[in-house]
Design a protein around this ligand. Structure first.
Ligand code: PLP
Length: 386
């Protein structure tokens, strides 16, 4: 069993190294994520990421590095054909299939719908036969990959998607008369509870459900790969932001903070799908007490919708207070949105030694104004004038 971490959930090199040291692999979907995973590996024990998206040059690099690759579609499989024929590779290779079992509550994160852009759509006419034939023609195809979706997909649907991939592997192996498919990559997607500190559902519940609904999966014939992201890290990060001003508008109290759309982009644009808790602290970091009012917690960006929370009952915030936004350790502050050229904030981590002493450490420095200018074409200031 290989547990890989979906790098897109926390693209920070020190975090990736920590996970690497803990024995996790890396699932990457772009040359940038591959570069991060390689920077996080150590030369003596390099990372072997998995790469699902790719130009011919990226595929060639992946195969040269021995990185596992799942072809997303039959055109990509044809590219792999050419590469496999041209040079030997240690890369384990497979195909990603879309079991088309349906959507969860968040459409944008449901990857197993009838018309999803990911994988070979198994229930389309003739597709299953084509996939089986593709394996029989290519003895080097030894894996099958599926990922039913992320936040919002119920466990039962995730298990159904895995069950479909398992059934297909069994069908291929029967047709091949041998265990050609020896590895099943069952994706990630365990949802996270954003409503409280409780971790639910748990990996154990998911594993029990898989054992009940897809018993053959765990009987030792298949090597399993997982690629969780959000569920591994969401609860391990939080955003802290100072309240700069407070005001009232149309009778609604509003706290103006430094955390908004640049750090919690999904929450600001789709608050129903991505609610986040907001906790109130005084300037010394003690829980803010006092009268509770229904208020908006706003971010710094120049548009009216830049609100971390709308009409939220919280102790009345005051200038200098600190708001904490928990459960933001995945897909949040490391995914900066550059609107208004707001700087990327620093990311701090901590280590705990054997005596329990906590030491804070820099994971990423805050972006400087010079870096913002450079990123905005500062080196080419004259490019459009004569
Ligand atoms: C995003 C993604 C994951 C991780 O999903 P989580 O919901 O963060 O666990 C895993 N596999 C693939 C292919 C993905 O695209």
């Amino acid at each position: 069993m290989l547990h890989a971490f979906a790098v897109k959930a926390a693209p920070l090199v020190p975090v990736l190294r920590l996970l690497h040291e803990a024995g996790l692999g890396a699932e990457v979907a772009s040359p940038g994520e591959l570069a991060l995973a390689r920077a996080a590996g150590r030369p003596a024990r390099p990372h072997r990421p998995r790469l699902p998206a790719k130009t011919p040059a990226e595929l060639r690099q992946a195969l040269a590095l021995g990185i596992a690759v799942n072809a997303d579609n039959l055109q990509e499989l044809a590219r792999l054909d050419a590469l496999v024929a041209s040079a030997p590779t240690a890369s384990p290779l497979g195909i990603r299939v879309n079991p088309q079992v349906g959507a969860g509550s968040i459409g944008a994160l449901s990857t197993a719908t009838a018309t999803s852009k990911f994988g070979v759509a198994l229930r389309d006419e003739g597709a299953r036969k084509t996939v089986v034939a593709a394996y029989l023609e290519r003895p080097w195809l030894t894996r099958l990959h599926t990922h039913t979706g992320s936040q919002g997909v119920p466990l039962a649907l995730m298990a159904e998607g895995v069950g479909e991939a398992y059934a297909l592997a069994e069908e291929i192996n029967r047709a091949a008369g041998r265990q050609q498919v020896d590895t099943l990559d069952i994706g990630g997607g365990l949802p996270v509870n954003f409503a409280s500190d409780e971790e639910t559902p748990t990996y154990a519940e998911y594993a029990r459900l898989l054992a009940d609904t897809v018993p053959g999966l765990l009987d030792g014939r298949y090597r399993l790969v997982t690629e969780f992201g959000r569920s591994l890290l969401a609860k391990h990060g939080l955003v802290l932001a100072r309240v700069e001003y407070t005001k009232t508008s149309g009778g609604r109290p509003i706290a103006l903070t430094h955390a908004g759309v640049q750090l919690a982009t999904r929450t600001v644009y789709a608050p129903e799908a991505w609610p986040l808790r907001v906790l109130a602290y005084d300037p010394e970091g003690r829980p803010r007490t006092g009268e509770v009012t229904v208020q908006d917690v706003a971010g710094p960006a120049c548009f009216a919708g830049d609100l971390l929370a709308r009409g939220r009952a919280l102790p009345s915030l005051r200038p200098g207070d600190v708001v904490a936004v928990p459960d933001t350790g995945a897909y949040c502050f490391a995914h900066h949105y550059a609107y208004n050229s707001l700087p990327r904030p620093a990311v701090h981590g901590f280590t705990v030694d054997r005596d329990g002493a906590v030491t804070f450490t820099t994971v990423r420095k805050a972006q400087t104004l010079d870096e913002i200018v450079a990123e905005a074409g500062g080196a080419h200031a004259d490019a459009l004038v004569r």
